[in-house]
Design a protein around this ligand. Structure first.
Ligand code: ADP
Length: 259
């Protein structure tokens, strides 16, 4: 079983509200279909769909006011809209994609997944479906509401389903010595051991000089998957052919996180 997390930076145009990156989605659907029928579960991020709405209503801080209820619904619906574009594109390519809504079967406790029946997802895969999940607004035991990131969800799915590999598709070639978008001479780190990862997460941005923002969150979440024996690969999903190669196990530029 393979779990693929497609970043919000890949499937949406991040600086344009509610704008899907149709070209990337088309390309990725083509590649996922080409790897079919290996057992695959897809998770996608929110990018310019979920995040602005969740932020507007302060959902990540938990339930603080009744006006957030509509904000929760709208955040979820924004994600459903993006999910529909991705699922429809996969259907057009002939893949049996099936939308699975995280808020309807997952709850968190202080932001961390506490209750979820992932067996359903596993059974869907066995039945021949291609489940497509996403980061979502969810109910939280302590805070009332919370935002479940696609990164956390992908790691839990991979460990619960005993996936052999978890692939993060992002808009850079992998983990670099600094943010490659800000520092052009940043170097790709091809291999990160668990030992290095632990230091990474503890000291945050300091280890290799600078790993911040989305990438730091991803690497911190990914640590649990590596500890559970899942190989994690971070690759550039905006470059044609890369996700297909990662799916079929061909060598590709990127960062491998492993024990
Ligand atoms: P997504 O939304 O696609 O899941 P994020 O935007 O959250 O991904 O995280 C990926 C981003 O992390 C990259 O676009 C890059 O700008 C940023 N980043 C920060 N530090 C690093 C680093 N050291 N190596 C690679 N990317 C980094």
């Amino acid at each position: 079983m393979l779990v693929v997390k497609l970043g919000g930076s890949v499937v949406t145009v991040k600086d344009q509200p509610m704008t899907a990156h149709h070209e990337n989605i088309e390309q990725l659907a083509e590649e996922i279909k080409a790897a079919w029928p290996s057992p695959i579960v897809i998770v996608h991020g929110g990018g310019s769909f979920g995040h602005p709405v969740a932020e507007k209503f302060g959902l990540a801080d938990g339930f603080t006011s009744e006006r957030q209820v509509i904000g929760f619904s709208r955040t979820h619906q924004a994600m459903v809209a993006l999910n529909t574009i991705i699922v429809d594109t996969l259907h057009d390519k002939g893949a049996p994609a099936l939308s699975v809504s995280p808020s309807s079967f997952i709850t968190t406790d202080d932001g961390r997944i506490s209750k979820a029946d992932f067996e359903i997802v596993g059974r869907l895969v066995v039945r021949g479906f291609l489940p497509i999940l996403y980061g979502d607004a969810v109910l939280d035991r302590t805070k009332g509401f919370s935002i479940l990131s696609g990164d956390q969800l992908a790691v839990h799915l991979a460990t619960s389903l005993g996936a052999s590999k978890l692939i993060f598709g992002v808009d850079v070639d992998g983990v670099h010595t600094s943010n490659p978008k800000l520092v052009p001479q940043a170097k790709l780190i091809q291999h990160l051991s668990l030992e290095k990862l632990k230091g990474f997460v503890k000291i945050g941005s300091a280890l290799t000089s600078d790993v911040t923002g989305g990438m730091l969150g991803k690497v911190s979440e990914a640590k649990a998957a590596v500890e559970a024996g899942v190989e994690v690969q971070i690759v550039n999903a905006t470059k044609p052919g890369v996700i297909l190669k990662a799916l079929i196990g061909e060598p590709v530029a990127g960062t491998i996180l492993a024990r």
